[in-house]
Design a protein around this ligand. Structure first.
Ligand code: G16
Ligand code: MG
Length: 213
């Protein structure tokens, strides 16, 4: 049976996905182009720098930016995003998150975080769930982001378990790919229309708790 669980953050434990989308949208508007609603799903789990390229693809001037200008744009997006998450508290946890974390802790599961977000340590502290985690992967230590397996493999290594002993929980297609290639059991939180690559998909964390109980 399973002894460890590796969580994604954005879209799984908290709904920061919308804040990411709004920050990219504001950045694009400042550059005089617009992004479609579909961007919200597109950038789920994708690193800041790679997401910027997806955003700039909607601009007619995508090719004109130098690497230094792109760095500055990514920084600007993060400033807008930080304003949006500045007042996050435990009320911003997804429905069922704390109950599930309590259950996992009380039942001896090792718990790790595999978020592509460099703001993850700030967020888990702000929401008061930092102490549940036995390990938090630093995405800056990971060369290849999701969908590559590296971040989930690193999480399993940090909690000293074989990937086959672990469950991976994700809201993004790219994240499920990462979990599957790494060899964990994939559980998608969201809808089958975007998470069709996952063996198991559920609407929310309450269902995951009842499955494990
Ligand atoms: C999250 C979001 C992505 C975001 C990425 C990097 O990934 O889903 O949209 O681009 O983090 O975030 P930051 O700019 O804060 O470093 P995850 O893996 O937590 O879903
Ligand atoms: Mg996510």
């Amino acid at each position: 049976s399973y002894r460890g669980i590796v969580f994604d953050l954005d879209g799984v434990l908290t709904e920061t996905s919308h804040a990411h989308y709004l920050a990219w949208k504001a950045l694009a508007e400042g550059l005089n182009f617009s992004v479609p609603d579909a961007l919200e799903d597109q950038v789920r789990g994708i690193s800041r720098r790679a997401a910027l390229d997806m955003v700039l693809a909607y601009s007619e001037n995508a090719l004109k930016y130098t690497e230094a200008e792109k760095e500055a744009l990514a920084t600007r997006k993060n400033e807008i995003y930080l304003e949006k998450i500045a007042h996050y508290t435990d009320r911003d946890l997804c429905d069922g998150a704390r109950t599930l974390l309590d259950f996992l802790k009380n039942n001896g599961f090792k718990i790790a975080l595999a978020s592509a977000s460099r703001n993850a340590p700030f967020l888990i502290k702000a929401m008061g769930i930092e102490s549940y985690f036995d390990a938090v992967v630093n995405p800056q230590d990971i060369k290849k982001g999701k969908p590559a397996p590296d971040i989930f493999l690193k999480a399993c290594e940090l909690i000293d378990l074989n990937p086959s002993e672990c469950i991976g929980v994700e809201d993004a297609y790219a994240g499920i790919e990462s979990i599957k290639t790494a060899g964990l059991l994939p559980i998608g939180i969201g809808h089958m229309d975007t998470l069709y690559n996952s063996d198991i998909v559920m609407n929310d964390l309450n269902l995951l708790l009842s499955l494990l109980e």
